[in-house]
Design a protein around this ligand. Structure first.
Ligand SMILES: NC(=O)c1ccc[n+]([C@@H]2O[C@H](COP(=O)([O-])OP(=O)(O)OC[C@H]3O[C@@H](n4cnc5c(N)ncnc54)[C@H](OP(=O)(O)O)[C@@H]3O)[C@@H](O)[C@H]2O)c1
Length: 313
């Protein structure tokens, strides 16, 4: 479950028209097909990014926290029977934000993922890899052929390694920057995904001490990141701010949700991560789930399920 709520909402999405429906992650069965789409059929199992709060959508029919959600075909993916709706619901915003940072032309602009990638040898650093965005960034970067070096809290190191990271370091370790620079060694750093408090500070230090593109994509699209981006430029480091909804309008959306995810989920090359934690049944549980989210989570995504009788027309 993800939604921009609280005082930040006015700052982050000032364009949102009211009344609105929040929520960006949904999985379920197709109830109806419109807009000339021929890719999906009624009854098909899918996962999709609910883009209602995106500036160019701004449409309550496309908000996630409701029984029937209009999802754009370009950010919707077919689900294999092996993946439950609860597992799939962790994906959309995490995948979209990670893809925006890794693949958009004005971000790290890495080559798109495939289910059978060839190894490139270069390294992608994912700072904050146990977050929902980071878990997806690790798997996507691997599927683009990169070696991944990551950070996470100590208890999540095995989890991040299981996603394909070569090495994982504790972001709280005072020596973490040196350890990462040593781990990268003579290899090129193809880019850094900077996720989590303090990530950009560390990413700047590491980019300054390694060879490679010196590109950093920050998960914080705020004025401070823009200022630090200007300051970093004089050191030859390029810092960009990710907007997780960018793939809704760009070629990256269909490249990931139509071309990559369905095949990779079916083959098991890509797995829904982090694991879902079911916190309630019924839309009335959403506020409770958002309150739990605000208290903080670790390597999980909170999911509310909708009882079948609630969605029978
Ligand atoms: N720009 C955008 O459009 C966009 C979109 C979505 C999210 N975001 C931002 O991206 C970040 C991640 O979002 P999310 O929903 O994926 O997060 P999340 O899953 O709710 O994050 C929880 C995780 O954060 C990790 N964490 C806490 N402090 C950290 C730090 N200082 N450094 C690294 N990791 C840390 C924890 O790791 P451990 O438990 O392992 O310690 C925990 O697993 C958030 O700050 C969010 O605001 C931005």
């Amino acid at each position: 479950m993800d939604a921009i709520t609280g005082p930040f909402r006015r700052l982050v999405t000032p364009w949102v028209r009211h009344p609105t429906v929040l929520g960006s992650d949904v999985a379920g069965e197709i109830a109806a097909v419109g807009g000339g789409s021929t890719r999906f059929r009624v009854g098909e199992r899918v996962v999709g990014y609910a883009a209602g709060q995106e500036r160019l959508r701004n449409n309550s029919e496309e908000g996630g926290f409701q029984r029937y959600v209009t999802v754009l075909e370009r950010v919707c993916a077919e689900l294999p029977d092996t993946v439950t709706f609860e597992q799939a619901a962790v994906l959309p915003l995490g995948v979209s934000t990670a893809s925006a940072g890794l693949y958009e032309k004005d971000q790290l602009a890495l080559p798109l993922p495939t289910s059978a990638p060839s190894a490139r040898g270069d390294v992608v650093l994912v700072w904050g890899a146990s977050t929902s965005v980071g878990s997806n960034a690790v798997q996507l970067a691997r599927a683009s052929g990169y070696t991944v070096i990551a950070t996470a809290g100590r208890r999540n190191h095995d989890f991040v390694r299981s996603l394909g990271a070569e090495a994982v370091f504790d972001y709280r370790d005072p020596e973490v920057d040196r350890l990462i620079v040593d781990a990268i060694g003579h290899r090129h750093l193809a880019g850094t995904m900077a996720i989590g408090g303090g990530a950009l500070t560390h990413a700047l230090r590491i980019a300054g001490r390694t060879t490679g593109t010196k590109n950093i994509a920050s998960a914080y699209p705020d004025p401070l990141t823009r200022l630090r981006s200007l300051l970093a430029r004089v050191r030859g480091i390029r810092v960009t701010s990710i907007w997780g909804g960018t793939p809704v309008q760009s070629p990256v959306g269909p490249a990931i949700f139509r071309d990559f995810l369905p095949v990779a989920l079916r083959s098991g090359a890509f797995r829904p991560a982090p694991a879902p934690k079911i916190v309630g049944v019924g839309l009335e549980q959403v506020p409770r789930a958002l309150a739990a989210l605000r208290k903080g989570i670790s390597a999980t995504k909170l999911v509310v399920t909708i009882p079948a009788e609630d969605i029978t027309p």
